[in-house]
Write a protein that binds this ligand. Sequence first.
Ligand code: XMP
Length: 509
Amino acid sequence: RLIILDFGSQYTQLIARRIRELHVFCEIHPYTHAPSLALTEDIRGIILSGSPCSVRDEGAPNPDLSHLLGHVPVLGVCYGAQLLAQQGGGSVLPATIREYGRARLAELDAASPLLADMHADSQVWMSHGDTIQALPAGYNIIASTPEVAVAAFQIAGQDTYGIQFHPEVTHSTEGKQLLRNFVVDICRCEQSWTPDHFVDSAVLALQNTIGPDEQVILGLSGGVDSSVAALLLHRAIGPRLHGIFVDNGLLRQDEFATVLKAYEGLGLNVTGVRAAPEFYAALEGLSDPEAKRKAIGRTFIEVFDREAQKVEGARWLAQGTIYPDVIESVSVHGSSVTIKSHHNVGGLPEKMNLKIVEPLRMLFKDEVREVGAALELPAEILNRHPFPGPGLGIRILGDITPEKVDLLQRADGVFINLLKEYGLYDKVWQAGAMLLPVQSVGVMGDERTYERVVALRAVTSVDGMTADWAHLPYEFLADVSNKIINQVRGINRVVYDISSKPPATIEWE
Ligand code: XMP
């Protein structure tokens, strides 16, 4: 195992992803975990992340690392490097010039194992306000840039390194080589973290965790995460996995039937529960977005719980939680540092008295997809856009009626099918139609119409945290507008949302 100690940098997860790309398993721990790290056999190396703090700040993260240095390979990145320098007795001062952006390594000690196979003019990415002014005795400079004398150092006689630049961002052109040098050659981590390897070990772990007569319940949504979790569990325990797929009446056109069929085709033991009327009843008269979300969430728990009670011997609730939901995020505000942990549980397990099993809790989203592909999840589920839990309930602005749902399902269906026909579906991150709470005037033949407006939304994004509106071709927009207005009676105007996030959000509610 490789451990990344997180000091709160926005890049910490990126380090982990780059290392996983080298097929090496790594875990992110908050820096507060450092003092208790026992150097057991399976810890092969430690990476210290960057941080928004300055090592000079009072109360900045400053865990004692002395019991680690010299015993296990350590690589400090940016703040991590400055911390190593400062703890060793060196000095870290504010940089006199801004050191942000591209720089080139001018001098480089090719004999250092950390920099093997890298080049003297290699581009690196800098992002720091402090600089290492003086290194402690025994710390040797192994790379410099014209502006930064201490761009990289090594402690003599140890596998302890510090680098001022960020190897994890793609702008550091040989950053991946550096990480490979550290992780593979210096730490001697095995490059065995592959989807197939994960599947084998996850299946084994599930079989060891879940008792021979115990039944497992899993809520399926048609999304990638819950579907991959289902396939893993199915491989581990077969029909003792009981999938529950609820039709809340707010799914996309034909989605309930299509997805249920796909699950059945995979041999999964899944019960489809048609509960639309219950959801519509709970939503009646509600137009506040949060009130709608709550009503949908509450009804889901009622329906799911009722269905789950029918499974005799149920002991476990499986969830499709993934790594970004699990990582204890370190948030640093000024000099005060707080640690908060994420919980993606939602009140169900307490109510049902079940134990939780989360087979994907160590995977990033792209790894979930790779595991899904290894498990032969059909492309139609594997490449599906994200879809919010409250579904069309938050894409119908204002109150929800079955008629509005039907209208939106048809408009959204035209949009999504046409994106697929034009080969655009896989080029956008998420897309959908919103039904607006306004009517507008139009003409059809000789008649004046007064009908509804649909807004189309398509975005490009990496993780949904930020997003840009997708620059869809005009011919496509013309075609989709035409088809919606001609085919969906009740809609006479289509608009395209050209807002980015931030300041807008992806959903309208
Ligand atoms: P926003 O609208 O916040 O959306 O930019 C970011 C991502 O989150 C999804 N989303 C939700 N997912 N329940 C969910 O399960 C919700 O209440 C919810 N609201 C937004 C949204 O579809 C996008 O992928």
